[in-house]
Design a protein around this ligand. Sequence first.
Ligand code: FPP
Length: 247
Amino acid sequence: MDGNGRWARGRFMPRIWGHKRGADSVREVVKCAASMGVKVLSLFAFSDENWGRPQDEVSALMGLFDQYLQFETDQLLKQNIRLRFMGNIDRLPEKTRSLLLGAAQKLSACDGMTLNLAVSYGARAEITEAVRAIARNVREGIIDPEHVCESMVAGGLASAGMPDLDLVIRTSGEQRLSNFMLWQSSYAELYFTKVLWPDFGKAAFKAALEEFSTRQRRFGLVSVEPALGVSSSLGRMGEEPSGKTPC
Ligand code: FPP
């Protein structure tokens, strides 16, 4: 959700003003995604690296997360949205951590869209943690190293049980993944837009989905020309290729 700082700077306002407007975009995009039938929406709200920002910005961001969790949980419940999170939440202030845990608990029975918040999150740390857990099991003799497989790593990630990413949207003209869900985005379609996150609302989100719907996804396979009278070798959009390493 990039571009909050630049959005504010362009208006001679403090950076936190941009984050506040960014929180409005979060509300709008979450509602829009749920109404459009998106199954999982993952938002990169705060990275491992963001802890290095000035203390007042970090505190203000934590305050915004608190407000969102305090005032939006009932709205999420009405929309049947489940809440999950990824990241090292032990680093969060006590209040933020307990609001996050409380909201996730309150929304755990919802079976509409899943809103997956990445807070204090880094993909490399997440993958390292999954590998560490496997290594422990190998040491205990529970797993034969030869049986370590992709599903085992995926199952040890914070996103376990959620599908791989179909689409990664990056706002504000940046064209990087910046340590976001690196494992899960292996076959994701990437969408870059110059729109700054506070300006990224319903229309911009729909435009991204529309562009996504035109992409041809091959998952490393070949597509069969419809002209040959054979249907495409691809599954439905978002489906795993059938030959993916079982274990
Ligand atoms: C990156 O833009 C954005 C962040 C580090 C914070 C994202 C947080 C929000 C949108 C606030 C609300 C979130 C929730 C989940 C309620 P940047 O500050 O790096 O922008 P810049 O690149 O223009 O400086």
